[in-house]
Design a protein around this ligand. Structure first.
Ligand code: ATP
Ligand code: MG
Length: 458
């Protein structure tokens, strides 16, 4: 396929000459002597490159270049000019031109410039597509996991990362709430601003109040100087209030006021100080029940819970257990300078079968221990804690997230097999080994469930 090049020059003779020479070199060429017509044409047709003169009636070639790039940002524009000096060259590059050729030039030079520009534009387009694919195939910040539940989570996080509305992150202990709060900040427009984390359970009420809102000089005995609160320190960034369920009842109306007015009043002070921080909160408590029991203010609950992010327990994330295990193994082994690279199939099976009540943190701790104990290049069952080792697959929570659901034996088997398959990325031989059955037997089971065509992950 010929590359289609647009040549723009208000000198008809020059247009024709360049057109003819480029055609001889195998390009398809369209010429225009009126710059605004060239612009119109680029809106309609997909040119591989544009070659334009600088000094033209109607519109300067540099302005044309800028307008062309507004229409198609990766269009290679090559500027030619009779007045070739450094100033014009710099202006051309500033206007976003791919290259600049002073007249007179050899046609070879122009052909080379076009070819390079087209190649670069192609590469840029590929990178852009790859970035889209990567973004879509589930990544968000430092979070590891490819299970459907985690992919859903990434989609949600991507949607809300740029909003300024308060976010409440809920989930059981060790599910990654703090990591998600970090990631939300790092992927937001506020990423260059501060990330200030406060643990609401860590301090007595009075101290927490002055930490959060600051205090005036002389507010209390030890307040020798005025102090800026964490809300004000988080200006331009994010303030993360961890364990918000533990916030003392006495402070709750003050926090509510701060969130509504977007100002704080330092302890002992009488001026309101405006702050500009996104508020992210996290809890492993059931706030709704706390509201019903009068232990958490309902109005505050509604105020912090504008956007909700719920982290699934690790046992609902299928094969992510092994992905996370490998992720931690790599990091811990590198730090300990030990060459432990993977897991024995039996160890992997145990990791998949265990219910992980302490979620990702428990898995991380388990790996710390296993790497320390490992005597071979693979983690073996004997490197795992007793409770993981002793966990029999019959104790496995098999339905995705409802541990009380009653399943038939066939459903149970079906769930279990799918989960093992997920864990080994659909590798049937590896799954059969883990299950202790022949590969053929596994295929027959999958046929019976009509599962063989479907990829196990989706
Ligand atoms: N999806 C994940 N990918 C990689 N690491 C993770 C992931 N989830 C959690 N972690 C790691 O697991 C550990 C526990 O996570 P984190 O502290 O964020 O949990 P948490 O929900 O805040 O727990 P808690 O309720 O006990 O405070 C951290 O070291 C964190 O980096
Ligand atoms: Mg936490």
């Amino acid at each position: 396929m010929k590359q289609h090049v647009l040549v723009v020059d208000d000198d008809k003779g020059m247009c024709d000459l360049l057109g003819e020479r480029l055609q001889n070199r195998g390009f398809a060429v369209t010429t225009r002597t009126v710059p605004s017509e060239a612009l119109e044409l680029v809106r309609q047709e997909d040119f591989a490159a544009v070659v334009t003169d600088v000094n033209m009636k109607g519109m300067n070639g540099l302005d044309l270049c800028r307008s062309l790039l507004e229409i198609r940002s990766n269009l290679p524009v090559i500027i030619i000019t009779a007045f070739g000096n450094m100033d014009t060259a710099i202006l051309a590059i500033r206007a976003g031109a791919y290259d600049f050729l002073p007249k007179p030039f050899e046609i070879d030079q122009l052909v080379l410039a076009i070819d390079r520009g087209v190649t670069l534009a192609g590469l840029k387009e590929r990178v852009r597509r790859l970035e889209l694919v990567v973004a879509d195939t589930g990544h968000f910040g430092e979070l590891v996991g490819q299970s459907p539940k985690m992919r859903e989570l990434y989609t949600l996080l991507r949607k809300i990362s740029d909003s300024d509305a308060p976010v409440l992150i809920s989930g059981a202990s060790g599910t990654g709430k703090e990591l998600v709060a970090h990631a939300l900040h790092a992927q937001s427009a506020r990423a260059h601003g501060p990330f200030v984390a406060v643990n609401c359970a860590a301090m007595p009420e009075a101290l927490l109040e002055s930490e959060l809102f600051g205090h005036a000089k002389g507010a209390f005995t030890d307040a020798k100087t005025a102090k800026t609160g964490l809300f004000a320190s988080a200006n331009g960034g994010t303030i993360f209030l961890d364990e918000i369920g533990e916030l003392p009842l006495g402070l709750q109306p003050k926090l509510l006021r701060a969130l509504q007015e977007r100002t704080v009043r330092p302890v002992g002070g009488n001026v309101e100080i405006a702050f500009d921080a996104r508020v992210v909160t996290a809890t492993n408590r059931d706030l709704e029940t706390m509201v019903e029991e009068g232990r958490f203010r309902e109005d505050l609950y509604f105020r912090i819970n504008v956007l909700t992010v719920e982290l699934p327990p690790l046992r609902a994330r299928g094969g992510d257990v092994l992905l996370l295990a490998q992720h931690f193994l790599d990091r811990i082994a590198a730090r300990a300078k030990k060459s432990v690279v993977g897991f024995s199939p039996e160890a992997a099976q145990k990791l998949m079968a265990y219910a992980w009540p302490g979620n990702v943190r428990e898995l991380q701790n388990c790996l710390e221990r296993a790497v320390a104990l490992a005597s071979f290049d693979k983690i073996s069952v004997s490197d795992l804690p007793d409770k993981v080792r002793a966990f029999r697959s019959t104790q496995l929570v098999l339905s995705n997230d409802d541990p009380t659901a009653i399943l038939t034996l066939d459903e149970l088997e079906h769930h279990y097999v799918r989960r093992i398959l997920e864990g080994v990325a659909g590798n049937k031989s590896a799954a059969a080994r883990l299950l202790g059955i022949e590969r053929k037997t596994l295929s027959r089971m999958l046929d019976r469930w009509n599962d063989s065509e479907r990829p196990p992950k989706e």
